[in-house]
Design a protein around this ligand. Structure first.
Ligand code: SAM
Length: 242
């Protein structure tokens, strides 16, 4: 990855020789903030792997067209497949949690409606689009080459049935064991982190019955937006690419 060349996610499949008209907002940013000129390089990625070097071939008012000149099959993805089920948080906290989850290499994310979710169902749809935008931006910034999947909102019960992998973990402040007690070396993990109000006793019980292991990250309570990043970094350190 070349540090000073802008890196942009394009929401359709790319290929060498293709000309791409950038979305208006991106074009505006490139013209007026980055002050790019004809011939300047841009790195594009479509979230399906690798990245493409392109060159600006036309600039008009808020319209920028680039031509793709080469493909680099680089991968910056972890070998550990992590599915994160996260209790929906308040507006900014959710964005922070998602951005950091991307930086820490999560593979897929499922926003969860739990007993203690304070956001109303009516707000989910509108927010989902913002969450997807946050994920795309975090991929651009962090150099990710695969775009993690953002699933539709699920209820807690739907998710514990949906979650799979070699290991299923629930982050719980009161759990008696930590990650270091797990001897298995997983390649895929489902992880559940609660919302601001935590996971209820009922929900913990249901998760246990569905095969989740409760793990603690020490005696201090982490904020709901901090917990996913902390948990993901521990998993990448233990079994992934840290
Ligand atoms: N009063 C809530 C409780 O006791 O569960 C606090 C919830 S905490 C702000 C939000 C979520 O972060 C929790 O549901 C849990 O998944 C995770 N979390 C926070 N601190 C943790 C810790 N020390 N160990 C494991 N998980 C933690």
């Amino acid at each position: 990855m070349t540090a000073h060349v802008p890196r942009l996610f394009i929401n359709h499949q790319l290929g060498i020789g293709i000309n791409v008209t950038l979305p208006e907002e991106t074009a505006h940013h490139i013209q007026h903030v980055l002050r790019a000129k004809l011939g300047d390089p841009l790195i594009l990625f479509d979230g399906l792997g690798g990245e493409y070097v392109s060159s600006i071939i036309s600039i008009r008012h808020n319209e920028v067209e680039v031509s793709i000149v080469s493909y680099d099959p680089v991968s910056r993805e972890s070998t550990l497949d992590i599915m994160l089920g996260i209790g929906i948080l308040k507006r900014e906290a959710m964005k922070t949690a998602l951005r950091q989850a991307i930086e820490f290499g999560v593979t897929s994310i499922i926003p969860l409606e739990t007993e203690n979710t304070s956001v109303t169902r009516k707000q989910f749809d509108k927010r989902w689009k913002n969450w997807r935008q946050v994920i795309q931006s975090a991929c651009e910034q962090s150099g990710r080459t695969m775009l993690p999947t953002l699933h539709e909102v699920q209820t807690f019960n739907q998710w514990i049935e949906f979650a799979d992998g070699d290991l299923k973990l629930l982050a719980s402040p009161l759990a008696e064991t930590g990650l270091k007690c797990i001897e298995l070396v997983p390649q895929s993990i489902s992880v559940l982190v609660g919302p601001e109000g935590g996971i209820s006793d009922n929900e913990e019980q249901r998760a246990l019955e569905a095969g989740f292991v409760l793990v603690s990250m020490g005696n201090r309570i982490l904020r709901a937006e901090t917990a996913p990043a902390a948990f993901l970094s521990l998993m990448q350190y233990r079994w992934g690419d840290f």
